[in-house]
Write a protein that binds this ligand. Structure first.
Ligand SMILES: *Cc1c(COP(=O)(O)O)cnc(C)c1O
Length: 375
């Protein structure tokens, strides 16, 4: 059996050809494919503006410059990739880690308690963890009641829909971000995007993507003005051609993931393996997370990881609580009361799921997992 990772891209001949075509053209960096890809993302996500950037972390960085000021307090989740809260630190903001709810997303009721306790809190950085969107009604309520800025990290969630609201549509948020890392739903190699419905935020983030440089028709032909301190967070035309080609197949990829989810759900029914949530249509199913109470078993989580790896199965853990990372501890974090996250971290792991994952491979993963867990 070849090694089975927890996630993997699916690139076909059309994708390859799309990239090769750009290599034969005049533009390698910002060319016509960047705008075409941005427009396609806007249309797909039901949002007014999209800015494609070098990666999801760059998207978070630019969004944070546009949304936050130095010292701003931001509620965020310990259950994410490092980049989400790092972006708050990049702009000298102050992340405040809030416990998660049962579905793995930041607990918005606890967020409300924090907002009541401290009206100076500026923003919430939520993550649509594993593809499940944040409760949109609750987001709207928090935004209207507390006048709080909302960023939705939709790195896992492109293609998700809740009550007709699409992920990254910014229906109840100021900005959303996407990632096109190969392990996500669709890929551009490295790559990411920022979405927003605000013209003002769009203009600012677009300028920041390219060194803070502005060129207007009334200027002399050689002139440009630097109006703010920006970066080179551009994405290439090759990458955007790949993204455009991948986006056409995204719904098919998600459909295939849903088949995998349903097969796992069925296999784990009434067993010691508890899915974080079973199929209900309210996710784009980036991760299939399960929880196991290891205190009831003769095997530790470390042994499980190692034994499965010996059998060519790469499970993963999403995520180590960010606030407990050494760097965050050095800033004084790590002792927040997050009982749900702590328990979740003891019990959770993610199983392989990606469009190319075959039924045979899935059977093998399920059978081997039960064998190893039952010792
Ligand atoms: C992948 C990911 C990012 C960062 O995206 P990159 O493109 O790898 O920089 C941010 N947030 C979450 C939740 C992610 O999963």
């Amino acid at each position: 059996m070849d090694f089975i990772p927890y996630g993997k891209q699916l690139i076909d001949e059309n994708d390859v050809q799309a990239v090769v075509d750009v290599l034969h053209s005049d533009y390698l960096t910002t060319g016509p494919n960047v705008k075409a890809f941005e427009n396609a993302i806007s249309e797909y996500c039901d949002v007014k503006y999209t800015i494609a950037v070098a990666n999801g972390t760059a998207a978070l960085h630019l969004a944070s410059i546009a949304l936050l000021n130095k010292g701003d307090k931001v509620l965020t989740t310990p259950n994410s990739f490092l980049a989400t809260s790092n972006a708050i630190l990049y702009v000298d903001g102050e992340p405040i880690f809030v416990d998660i709810a049962k579905d793995g997303n930041i607990d918005l009721d606890l967020c409300e308690q924090e907002l009541k306790r401290d009206p100076s809190i500026k923003a919430i950085y939520g993550v649509a963890f594993s593809g499940r969107m944040l409760d949109q009604q609750k987001l709207r309520y928090l935004r209207e009641t507390y006048n709080v800025i909302i960023l939705e990290d939709c790195a896992h969630a492109i293609g998700a829909r809740e009550n007709g609201i699409k992920a990254a549509s910014c229906t109840n948020s100021d900005v959303s971000i996407l990632s096109f890392h190969p392990v996500k739903h669709m890929t551009t190699g490295e790559g990411g995007a920022i979405t927003t419905n605000s013209k003002e935020l769009y203009d600012k983030m677009l300028t920041l993507r390219g060194h803070g440089m502005v060129k207007t028709p009334d200027m002399k032909p050689w002139e440009y003005e630097m109006q703010m301190l920006g970066f080179n967070y551009r994405i290439t035309d090759m990458q955007c051609a790949l993204g455009f080609s991948q986006l056409k197949k995204l719904d098919g990829f998600i459909q295939r993931r849903i088949e995998i989810v349903k097969r796992y759900d069925e296999a784990f029914e009434k067993s010691i393996i508890k899915p974080l949530y079973t199929y209900d249509g309210r996710s784009s199913y980036h991760l299939y997370v399960v929880q196991v109470d290891f205190t009831l078993l003769n095997i530790s989580k470390v042994d499980l990881f190692n034994r499965l790896r010996e059998k060519s199965i790469g499970i993963q853990l999403h995520y180590i609580p960010i606030n407990k990372q050494p760097y965050y501890r050095s800033l004084g974090y790590g002792n927040e009361s997050t009982p749900v996250m702590d328990r979740y971290y003891e019990e959770c792991f993610s199983l392989p799921m990606f469009p190319k994952f075959s039924n045979e491979e899935q059977e093998y993963v399920i059978k081997t997992l039960f064998e190893v867990l039952n010792g």
